[in-house]
Design a protein around this ligand. Sequence first.
Ligand SMILES: [Zn+2]
Ligand SMILES: [Zn+2]
Length: 338
Amino acid sequence: MRALVFEEFGGPLTVQQVPDPAPAPDGVVVEVGASGVCRSDWHAWSGHDPDVVLPHVPGHELAGTVAAVGDRVRGWSVGDRVTVPFVCACGTCPPCRDGDGQVCLRQTQPGFTHWGSFAQYVALDAADVNLVALPEDMSFPVAAALGCRFATAFRAVTGVGRAAPGEWVAVVGCGGVGLSAVQVAVGVGARVVAVDPSPGARELAVAMGAEHVLASTGGVVELTGGGAHVALDCLGSPATCEASIRSLRPRGRHVQVGLLPPAQGRAAVPMELVVARELAVLGSHGMAAQDYPAMLSMITAGRLRPQDLVTRELPLTEAGPALVDVGRISGVTVLTSF
Ligand SMILES: [Zn+2]
Ligand SMILES: [Zn+2]
């Protein structure tokens, strides 16, 4: 198969012929129909993820068609149209048994723990636990955005941040996950202040329904009459983490969504504010397959429109430059031919 390969961290990204994957006994191989280009792929390429072994194929936001099925898989057949959470759960460890596969102790992640979906085919483990059937009318490019950024934003806003109608939600960083968070927060009836230094990102945030957009968090407290009820750091940097926490009102909830690899420096959390204002500091890490139905039903009902996030479709041959530029291009890029 063809795949985008890197052989050193930060090194050249080239499309190469590599062996086709085979399914694990409990897994499947999916013929990739679309694969989103995400900041997490950039982290993998940059050497920020200790799970990545070289040479490596990135890509974790995928949708496609089941092409091969392991002997022990019960619920899936060749030809099924599917997507997966970027965290593939084992289904049997204590968090999985509690319904929290997004923090599975034995999780696998395509594009990190093994080769990913910037390729014609990708292997996925524990298919009966992780595969999600696509609604008939949902295209692969739209579905590809769900597995990481949209599902992550959905759970961060609704499940972890518990944003309620009429509450103020500050979204700090309006890349793919931030724009998804804006859309989800608006979708559940919250009022949104979106923050990003890029004018293009702010324009997209307005299109997703943000009531206010700002270049920095400086004005959030004033605009929201005392601070946001929920603030999300959707970029993942020491500066945006701290700014998100400082933009909260008393008893507000900070949700850390963007990854904060220690290689980029550890965030200085202002714990004096956490105590004095009784703030909650929460982490959100994807969303398990079993939690998809609530999101999919809002999409099918037209209350959420992940299709509006896809701003660019590219072939695999252009995946390398797209990955290098991921932080510099507004909106969501999806690979759609392999
Ligand atoms: Zn598990
Ligand atoms: Zn992602």
